[in-house]
Design a protein around this ligand. Sequence first.
Ligand code: EPU
Length: 303
Amino acid sequence: MNWQKGLKGKVRLDEPLKKHTTFKIGGPARFFIEPIDVEDLRLSLGLAKKEGLPVFVIGAGSNLLVNDGGLNGVIIRLCASYFKEFSCYNGNIINAGGGLALGRLVWSVWEMGLSGAEFLTGIPGTVGGALAMNAGVSEKGHNRSRITRSIGQIVQSVTVMDSSGRIRILGKKEINFGYRESSLSRYIILSALLKMKKEGKSRINRRIRSYLESRLITQDLSKPSAGCIFRNPKGDSAGRLIDSCGLKGKRIGDAAVSLKHANFILNLGYSSSREVIKLMDLIEGKVKERFDIDLEPEIKIWG
Ligand code: EPU
């Protein structure tokens, strides 16, 4: 059948996914579609169903390891302007499109003299990706306790499309948000209403800059990576545990544990997904042996 029939957006065959992941790793996608609106998106789902192929939605590709062999499926990227909406209601409710980059969200919210999105500064993702995995930060509060801020805490409602193409609006009480996971991951996230509050622009700006600075100080942005590889075990930090095992700098092929932050694996040039997986296995083994703790991957592994 003619895949492109009726679709207005771009359709690419055998598109290398390494071009669409921050790790710069990943083989070809059988079909790679960039729908231009919701009708186009529905058509893409229908076509995938007819071909009997699984659907994968890719945001900024920042928390993702794709197999070197690629994916025999339909990869959908919501990068058309339709999916990047940004508007404000009632003075403090932001309507943000699923394909909107978090950086754009943070600065657009600041421009309106609204606060509440600063903690998303420097997270290399889209609104949809952040909601699907309840992205956020954990930081030191007063009296040295750790505070977790995640996007789920500012959500009012989320508009999604289910696998049959039906659009639903889910109120915050209908959504489960956990640590780096949410019940939204089974849907295609079209947009979300996020609640902000009025505040002076210079104070918001100071907070944004401080988030940026602490990210630059602690995290390794020198080479392609997928951010933190493992979830933090309850009450501890995966980075600290891996560091304590002496694994900083450990290298398999072109995949290496960062010297700056041990929960980052860097792609030094031509790393394969196999090399990353082998390095992850080695790390998990060492942490289990030394601390009797099972590390769980934070990144999504496709294929
Ligand atoms: N640490 C080490 N060695 C290391 C790395 C960290 O000893 O190599 C120690 C630090 O000194 C610190 C503690 O471990 O005392 C925690 O480190 P950090 O503040 O860097 O935070 P993290 O727990 O490693 C979490 C999130 C990050 C988020 C930061 C800042 C997870 C898995 N990671 O990191 O999120 O940016 O807090 O809020 O939840 C991500 O999800 O991809 C990510 C990078």
